[in-house]
Write a protein that binds this ligand. Sequence first.
Ligand code: DQA
Length: 161
Amino acid sequence: MYELVTTYGVDDDMPHRLLVLNGPNLNLLGEREPAVYGTTTLAQIEAFVRDEATALGWTAEFLQTNHEGVLIDAIHAARETADGVILNPSALTHTSIAVRDAVGAIPVPVIEVHLTNVHRREPYRRISYVAETAAATISGAGPDSYLAALYLLDRRVRAAA
Ligand code: DQA
């Protein structure tokens, strides 16, 4: 005798763990080239991502670093501490095979995000090493790129549960 159980969704008792990583120069959001990046600060982005993550039943941690090695260490650590990662590698997107490899080295889904549409900018920004190993890339939605990444992670994790 079989019991048909529909399991869409996750164990509500276990919050999922979001890690949001931001790379070089993103600490200066709000004052950095506002015509390109807008006036929203990183603290404001982190606050609304945290609020939305909480509403979806996730805990959220945030790290911004200007140092490639620190970013790589944080990506490695995510395999023990996170169920999903949102990563804005900033300029390292276009230069760092090491960050690309770190993303590929962990089983946790990593969504690459950019505030700006990197395909509409200088030619050197059209190349993303990180996109080769990221689960998806969201580019050009401003601060909402982070929210779109959160929704994507939430759907993936629920579907996998
Ligand atoms: C960025 C785009 C990168 O090309 C740039 O180097 C950044 C920010 C973005 O969020 O639009 O620092 O990742």
